[in-house]
Design a protein around this ligand. Structure first.
Ligand code: CUA
Length: 334
């Protein structure tokens, strides 16, 4: 961590290691640009005076540039720029790849608010409480138009799109409250569409979680939805109608009816739930009804979270019929 950049004014606060890395890169590029601009400007003036025309009839004579001079001024910038590219690529990959220990939270943008959901289904509006030092991955979508999730102090920004998922991750290393903005013009109240990310000590976060057992705020769990939408009548090994068994498929490739292969990720699951015929798995008929209109964006996120949790080991357990169905009696409104 470098101290001077932490206190540099005119810049938003830095609350993640990534923020410092991005700023270092930025300051380096800025410094380099300033150095060469200044150097060239000074040389222009110096040469203009030093080699100015001194007699009326003086004519310039062509100068033959040496090969080594040309090589020098080509190679030095090349090395510097390639270095900056490599550095930038490293920071970019870090920014785009959530660490494997990241905990997933959900974000749904809508005109004009941010709806957040904790891993346990708990919800917040325009606020997100997270523990300090923990990698947080946000799986985000929009209920209407394009928004953009922007937290300057973390130096993260990602568009939030209707109809698909985008992700963003951060690991705040300073306790505090950080502003959240919508950074994509989304209608009349775009400028009010903001909120805060509240970073707490882990024990304070636990206390906060414990102090907010607001049941009505809870979204139906993915498992409840799996039953409510009757997914379980086909997608279980004991089912009469054969549908692909979903256990352990997440993160793997599946072969489709047209012979191509697709990676099972959040976007594929989403598409298959809402538009089952779009990418049909090889060997199955297009008989699944769409869940379009039957689930909210937040419920969809819960359902996908549940599907991701299904491992080959839980297949045996879930094959046991009727054990989990009493949960479906509860029908919370969205
Ligand atoms: Cu949402 Cu701008």
């Amino acid at each position: 961590m470098n101290r001077w950049s932490d206190t540099f004014p005119l810049f938003p606060e830095r609350a993640t290691e990534l923020a410092r890395e991005i700023d270092n890169l930025y300051f380096f590029a800025l410094g380099l640009t300033a150095f060469f601009s200044l150097l060239i400007a000074v040389l222009v003036f110096y040469f203009a005076i030093r080699y100015r025309r001194q007699h009326e009839d003086e004519v310039g004579k062509p100068e033959k540039a040496g090969i080594w001079l040309e090589v020098t001024w080509s190679v030095i910038p090349l090395v510097i720029l390639l270095g900056m590219f490599a550095w930038g690529a490293k920071v970019f990959f870090e920014a785009r790849r959530p660490p494997s220990d990241a905990i997933e939270y959900y974000v749904t943008g809508k005109q004009w608010m941010w709806k957040m959901q904790h891993p346990d289904g708990r919800r917040e509006i325009n606020q997100l409480h997270v523990p300090v030092g923990q990698s947080i991955k946000l799986l985000m979508t929009s209920e209407d138009v394009i928004h953009s999730f922007f937290v300057p102090a973390f130096r993260v920004k990602m568009d939030v799109l209707p109809g698909r998922y985008t992700t963003l991750w951060f690991r705040a290393d300073k306790v505090g409250t950080y502003r959240l903005f919508c950074a994509e013009y989304c209608g009349a109240e775009h400028s009010y569409m903001g909120g805060s990310i509240i970073v707490l000590e882990p024990r304070d976060y636990e206390a906060w979680l414990a102090g907010r057992t607001t049941q009505p705020q809870r979204v139906a769990t993915g498992e409840e939805l799996f039953t409510r939408l009757a997914c379980d009548t086909c997608h279980r090994s004991t089912s009469a109608v054969q549908a692909p068994i979903l256990n352990g498929i997440f993160g793997h490739m599946v072969r489709l009816a047209d012979g191509s292969e697709v990676l099972v990720d959040e976007n594929y699951l989403r598409e298959s739930i809402l538009n089952p015929g779009a990418k049909l798995v090889e060997g199955y008929l297009a008989v699944m009804p769409t869940a379009q209109g039957k689930v909210s964006e937040e419920e969809l996120l819960q359902l996908i979270r549940y599907l991701k949790s299904l491992t080959p080991e839980t297949a045996a357990a879930s094959a046991a019929p009727a054990a989990t169905t009493e949960a479906s009696a509860e029908e919370p409104g969205s």
